[in-house]
Design a binder for this molecule. Structure first.
Ligand SMILES: Cc1cc2nc3c(=O)[nH]c(=O)nc-3n(C[C@H](O)[C@H](O)[C@H](O)COP(=O)(O)OP(=O)(O)OC[C@H]3O[C@@H](n4cnc5c(N)ncnc54)[C@H](O)[C@@H]3O)c2cc1C
Length: 385
């Protein structure tokens, strides 16, 4: 028998849960909402960090923040400090707990865990999710299915990483300043840097991050962490408290599209995660708000775009440059932070840039190579960037 809902959300991860929470606050009371996900439970599987450039419903779930961050290259450091923007840390466990609490309090939502969507099709002015437990019909279906393996071999540059939250015996970390990018590590197998979130003098997340076409074996990231703790902090012994790993496609393309307006890709599948940075949390919150505001009964109008055209063009040029000139990337990133002050750079990295912010970023790029890259990426629109 087909179960009938007003709205179905396929994939109850970050984008699915965020959209559900927004819908609870905007659709008429009693609207039936299904959330479908093969996972059987929620656990601390990742952490989100972002600059506090906007308000959202999960602000109470933020657990830490830094107002100083640095980028290191070739023995030099550029440190940014901002009284306006803080770099915030939100662990998945508190995000999931807050979202699940909202779902429990909304009586006409069904969270169908342990249920895998096989396909989504348009059917007689509705859409049907074919699942391994039977069909589910809804006026609108939001497709937020995502899994790490999905993007491997896609032809896109990948941002891949595996981090460990470690505890060490002696105080070696400086909790006042987080490290966004430390390029002073071996540049093997792609553009490589270390990302460090110092939670206390003895606890930090150490995350090797690489931009390349294929991910490393897990043991490679673990070795990179060992080497980094030894070379940068003189630490040989440490306890691993938590691990996360991710693969994010670095592209401006949507990963999923449909011929019908009844099936709407969201989250990573909808191209919401910013290809050039891998940041997605804020954009997911914002687009969820815009989708919820745009729903009227059985239709969504208009379908919100994740970012403006100019931001997409800049991302495309930047990604094309990274893909074709990986050796130049560490210097380009370093100079970007050196030349653009945080109150212009953070809006750009967070998809909140105005024309002045964008101009500051464009003029911080090496002019001739980026003009060449702009022509290349225009000629190669069909190339996967
Ligand atoms: C480890 C990691 C760390 C990240 N850190 C940051 C960060 O610090 N800051 C930031 O802004 N962004 C970060 N991102 C990027 C982005 O914000 C996250 O990936 C975010 O979780 C994307 O949301 P999503 O809904 O697209 O995917 P997910 O949250 O991964 O949700 C996808 C859901 O789809 C489900 N699914 C898969 N197959 C099916 C199926 N057949 N049927 C139904 N459901 C299915 C999965 O079980 C999952 O629950 C990170 C990504 C990863 C992977």
């Amino acid at each position: 028998m087909t179960e009938k809902y007003d709205y179905a959300i396929v994939g109850a991860g970050c984008s699915g849960l965020s959209l559900a929470v927004e819908l609870f606050h905007s659709v008429p009371a009693g609207s039936r909402i299904a959330l479908i996900d093969p996972r059987r439970n929620y656990h601390m599987d990742r952490l989100w960090c972002f600059w506090n450039t906007q308000s959202h419903r999960f602000i109470d779930a933020v657990r830490n923040e830094w107002t100083r961050w640095k980028v290191r290259y070739n023995g030099k450091e550029v440190v940014h400090e901002s009284s306006r923007f803080a770099y915030q840390y939100l662990p998945a466990e508190t995000f999931y707990a807050a979202a699940l609490q909202e779902i429990e309090s909304y009586s006409s939502a069904d969270l169908l865990l342990g249920t895998k969507a096989e396909k989504i099709i348009e059917t007689n002015e509705t859409a049907t999710v074919v699942t391994d437990k039977g069909p589910i019909q809804a006026w609108l279906v939001f497709d937020g299915r995502n899994s790490p393996g999905r993007h491997v071999g896609s032809g896109y540059l990948l941002q891949h990483y595996a981090g460990q939250r470690v505890r060490v015996a002696s105080p070696v970390f400086s909790p006042s300043t987080m490290t966004l990018m430390d390029f002073d590590i071996p540049q093997r197998g792609g553009i490589s840097f270390m990302y460090v979130l110092p939670f206390s003098p003895t606890e930090a997340l150490i995350e090797p991050t690489v931009f390349s076409m294929s991910p490393h074996e897990p043991s490679v990231y673990a070795q990179m962490i060992r080497d980094y703790l030894q070379s940068r902090f003189g630490v040989a012994d440490y306890k691993i408290l938590f691990q996360e790993q991710g693969i994010i496609p670095m592209t401006t393309q949507r990963h999923q599209s449909y011929d019908t307006e009844r099936i709407i890709p969201i989250g990573t599948a909808g191209g919401v995660v910013k290809g050039s940075t891998g940041y997605g949390f804020n954009a997911i919150q914002e687009i969820s708000q815009r989708i919820a505001a745009g729903i009227s009964g059985d239709c969504l109008n208009p379908l919100p775009e994740p970012r403006g055209e100019l931001a997409t063009i800049l991302d495309r040029i930047f990604l094309s440059f990274l893909k074709r000139h990986p050796k130049a990337a560490p210097r380009v990133f370093f100079n970007l932070f050196k030349r653009v002050p945080p109150h212009h750079l953070i809006p750009f990295l967070s998809d909140k840039a105005d024309l002045l912010d964008m101009a500051k970023v464009i003029f911080a790029m090496p002019t001739l190579p980026f003009i060449r890259e702009a022509f290349h990426s225009m000629r190669a629109r069909e190339v996967a960037v």
